[in-house]
Design a binder for this molecule. Structure first.
Ligand SMILES: Cc1cc2nc3c(=O)[nH]c(=O)nc-3n(C[C@H](O)[C@H](O)[C@H](O)COP(=O)(O)OP(=O)(O)OC[C@H]3O[C@@H](n4cnc5c(N)ncnc54)[C@H](O)[C@@H]3O)c2cc1C
Length: 508
């Protein structure tokens, strides 16, 4: 770590939020320091070994959180250059137009965003290009308007998935190609190794935060990346600006100053950093005059379904080529009971036994070989009671009260009934907040400083030189994978910061 480089902008976190802002700022003349708590994922055989990833939890944080009842656990949080996209399933969806408006449900309200789909459309387009998303426009029945098609055509189905699509179409559904960020096709680096969703790619074929955002800018003279450097607190000045970031690196605490700070440590960690920065002037934490920081944590309701085929083996390497949105706006008799259906990874035995501990390992291996695996995803409605909190001794509490779960379970029941027409046995397993894969909402943006922490450009209402740009800015979770929306808004914010820098108006 060298101290000679004097940054104009500090970006905390190298995930899709932080990386996208950095990408926009490069070339503006601003000196950018990216502070990343983790290191690069080492390229090693264990990357694609389910035993190492799931049973031994080789890459997972060793931190402990506790739930609202005080039960401690080791969360599925991963700290690496590129953030959680190193492990993600590459499904890159745009949210629908309605997802940005207020929608009232029986179990709560999905609040409006301070930006519309129209505000984000050109940034979605750019985000898809940056991540190399492969898809086909015009087939998804809920697809929002697009100014252009995908740059790359959809990844083709392997035979079993094509058969599934046909059989579901015969049920009257409209399966469509899942938009995925995979460098697959002629000249592409994807070799269909079979370890993708939930594994770090050994071949650089996954469009993730490292390959698409960080690596391409690393050699620029205005960029520095500090790895294994953990931002612990933001230090406010007496005039309300953020004066410095406190960083823990190699056991040493130091302060780094910059004109502007972009906090992109992920929804749980960004909230924790703001809360941990409390002092006499800001007793409830930084950017928290509204009291919302840490609250409204959402994660999607995610249920995995395993369609068991006793007499067939699933040889599919890359399953995630199909999705279904026919029930995105609910079931015919219940508009709340809906969401997205997409393929899960082709599950491996250790992935099943780590989720269903009572299942003997050999049985899990058999189920894995003979199954086709699905994911039902529904909106998680925000609640102020679902919150990330710091307890004495810097312990972390994640209290979670999922909103809309009964409606999700009804949706899952409907999907199971349909899958039972294909498979003699369909097992299902919900995942919870201990694996906060789609964590969001803890530093929400809005139009009103009394009820939100950030304005519609992710700028803190309380500290003009602080932007919080990761999934924590989501006011609602929609029912689609979040990464493309984080990227689109981060590109939008980054472009504004770049223009402000060029005009000499970057908040100082
Ligand atoms: C297994 C899995 C599958 C997924 N599949 C999909 C999918 O198919 N499609 C999709 O859209 N989304 C998917 N997601 C979710 C997606 O990966 C996240 O929504 C997205 O990566 C969030 O980006 P972010 O920038 O908000 O935060 P993060 O990716 O969490 O980035 C935050 C960064 O900050 C760093 N950091 C944290 N604390 C500190 C600190 N104190 N100091 C410095 N650095 C810090 C972290 O190490 C990390 O690099 C998946 C996630 C997982 C885990």
């Amino acid at each position: 770590m060298t101290q000679e480089f004097k940054p104009d902008v500090i970006i905390i976190g190298s995930g899709v939020g932080g990386g996208s802002v950095a990408r926009q700022l490069v070339g503006s003349g601003a000196k950018i320091l990216i502070i990343e708590r983790g290191d690069f994922v080492p390229n090693e055989p264990e990357n694609s070994d389910p035993e190492a990833v799931y049973t031994q939890r080789r890459y997972r944080t060793h931190e402990e959180y506790q739930d609202e009842a005080g039960n401690r656990y080791r969360p599925s949080q991963y700290y690496y250059v590129g953030g959680h996209t190193k492990w993600y399933g590459t499904a890159m969806f745009r949210f629908r137009e309605r997802d940005f408006s207020e929608v009232r449900h029986e179990d709560g309200i999905s609040p409006a965003w301070p930006v519309s789909y129209g505000d984000l459309e050109r940034w979605y387009d750019e985000a898809e290009r940056v991540f190399g998303v492969r898809g086909r426009a015009g087939i998804d029945p809920t697809e929002p308007p697009r100014s252009a098609g995908y740059t790359h055509d959809a990844v083709p189905h392997e035979p079993l998935i094509a058969e599934m699509a046909e059989r579901l179409a015969r049920q009257g559904l409209r399966p469509f190609p899942n938009p995925v960020a995979i460098d697959f096709g002629p000249g592409g680096s994807c070799i269909r190794c079979g370890a993708c969703d939930a594994f770090a790619c050994r071949y650089g074929a996954k469009g993730d935060g490292e390959t698409r955002l960080i690596r391409p800018i690393l050699n620029h003279p205005d960029v520095r990346l500090w790895t294994k450097a953990q931002a612990t607190r933001l230090i406010p000045a007496s005039d309300g600006r953020i004066a410095a970031v406190e960083v823990l690196c190699e056991g040493q605490l130091s302060r780094v100053e910059a004109r502007t700070v972009v906090l992109s440590a992920g929804a749980i960690n960004s909230a924790l950093i703001l809360l941990r920065s409390a002092n006499e002037a800001y007793p409830d934490g930084i950017a928290n005059r509204s009291g919302v920081v840490g609250r409204y944590l959402m994660n999607h309701h995610l249920t995995g379904l395993v369609g068991f085929m006793p007499f067939r083996v699933n040889e599919t390497k890359f399953t995630k080529t199909m999705a279904i949105n026919d029930f995105y706006y609910g079931l015919p008799d219940d508009p709340d009971a809906g969401g997205n259906i997409q393929m899960l990874a082709n599950l491996k035995g250790p992935m099943i036994s780590s989720n269903i501990p009572w299942m003997p390992k050999r049985m899990a291996d058999v189920v894995a070989r003979h199954s086709v695996d699905w994911l039902c995803m529904s909106e998680d409605l925000p609640s102020a009671a679902s919150r990330v909190r710091l307890l004495p001794g810097d312990r972390v509490e994640v209290a979670y009260y999922p909103g809309g779960l009964a409606a999700h379970n009804k949706f899952v029941g409907h999907v199971r009934t349909r899958l039972r027409k294909i498979f003699p046995l369909v097992l299902h397993r919900p995942s919870g907040i201990k694996g906060p894969v789609h964590q969001c909402g803890t530093v929400r943006m809005g139009d009103d400083p009394a009820t939100s922490a950030l304005n519609n450009l992710c700028q803190s209402w309380d500290h003009p030189n602080l932007h919080v740009v990761d999934a924590s800015f989501f006011p609602s979770s929609a029912a689609l994978n979040p990464a493309l929306t984080v990227c689109a808004q981060a590109l939008r914010v980054g472009a504004r910061l770049r223009d402000a820098w060029r005009e000499g108006k970057l908040a100082a």
